[in-house]
Design a protein around this ligand. Structure first.
Ligand SMILES: [Zn+2]
Ligand SMILES: [Zn+2]
Length: 184
């Protein structure tokens, strides 16, 4: 025996076999949109989209903090690897970027924000710079140059850190990974 025909909620004259898989109401093919999770009606879709970006302003602060701290460590390791372990750097950088993405995503309880990727990428660069300068700076401090001497050497440290091949690989590949993982 045939099932009782369904009629589209918006078009009472149009018979259909489809339902919105969220609210369960019957709709014709014109009133539904195909999504990765099945057919959805326009009403359910607009509710879903409004709730898509749920990150709060505090989340952005957390993203920046977590990103910078994680990347200080990431950048310091990258600078240590340097250009000597070139191949290792190439494997290390995306791996570090993946860990940073996870840490960032987890820290805001996987909420999504339109600009989370941007803040995360920026904090990877900032943290990476601090991290890359860390060991050269400690080395300088160890030489007993005094505060003034260290301050005067800072630009040299910064330039040396930036032109460290391991660090450059890290910035490009880790930022690329964070971008790819967190963009939405
Ligand atoms: Zn619906
Ligand atoms: Zn319809």
């Amino acid at each position: 025996m045939a099932e009782t025909p369904l009629y589209c909620t918006n078009h009472p004259q149009t018979e259909t076999l489809l339902r919105c898989n969220k609210c369960g109401r019957p709709f014709c093919i014109k009133c539904l949109e195909r999504t990765p999770v099945g057919y959805r009606c326009k009403e359910c879709l607009s509710i879903q989209r409004a709730g898509y970006y749920t990150a709060t302003p505090v989340d952005y602060v957390i993203v920046a903090l977590v990103g910078v701290v994680a990347s200080v460590i990431g950048g310091a390791i990258a600078a240590l690897l340097g250009g000597i372990f070139l191949l290792l750097s190439i494997f290390y950088a995306p791996f570090a970027g993946g860990i940073i993405s996870e840490a960032v995503h987890w820290s805001i309880q996987r909420r999504r924000g339109r600009y989370v990727w941007l803040v995360a990428c920026a904090s990877v660069v900032v943290g990476g710079l601090i991290g890359a300068g860390f060991f050269p700076l400690v080395a300088l401090l160890g030489r007993g140059l005094g505060l003034l001497g260290v301050l005067l050497s800072l630009p040299v440290v910064a330039v040396a850190a930036v032109f460290n091949l391991g660090f450059l690989i890290y910035i490009v590949l880790a930022v690329g990974t964070v971008y790819a993982r967190l963009r939405n």
